[in-house]
Design a protein. Structure first.
Length: 165
């Protein structure tokens, strides 16, 4: 690693995608994923069973989307009139690739200064969907859990277990 190399600390596979995009633009970059994401099959199964009772599901990363939909039971589908909230454009692309209709996706404004949970929460505040308990497809506490901010009373968090490698 040289002093002028940019370190990309995203988890896989986003680290490799970012490194490739940066290098294509002439920016020296090196992938250094700092967390490893492992599917939690029990939590995903429970989330899919609870999905019909939810009005909003919050996804905080493309990995969360991919893992959640990879564990979809064969008979399950994305319910009509169900909102999917995404923290940014990468997560929104992953949702569309998984079959969630674009009109069902809520995300921060495309000209937002940042794309993260806080920006998404600001987007959700004025909506009716913010007044319900969201189902969050995100990280579960693992052996060495990474703290996740609470989404509010009654939030249910299925999906992945995030641990430091």
């Amino acid at each position: 690693m040289s002093a002028s190399e940019l370190l990309v600390t995203r988890p896989q596979p986003q680290a490799d995608e970012w490194v490739a995009a940066l290098r294509a633009r002439g920016v020296p970059a090196l992938g250094l994923p700092l967390i490893e994401i492992e599917p939690d099959a029990d939590a995903a199964a429970a989330a899919w069973l609870a999905l019909d009772a939810q009005r909003l599901v919050v996804f905080v990363s493309p990995n969360g989307v991919q893992s959640f939909f990879a564990q979809r039971p064969a008979s399950a589908h994305w319910p009509a009139e169900r909102w999917a909230a995404a923290t940014g454009p990468g997560t929104s692309r992953a949702l569309r690739a998984a079959g969630v209709p674009s009109e069902a996706i809520l995300e921060p404004s495309h000209d937002a200064v940042q794309f993260d949970s806080e920006a998404l929460w600001r987007r959700l505040q004025p909506t009716e969907s913010a007044r319900i308990a969201p189902l969050r497809a995100a990280c579960q506490p693992g052996p060495d859990p990474i703290p996740m901010p609470p989404l509010g009373p009654g939030a249910f968090s299925p999906g992945d277990r995030c641990t430091r490698p």
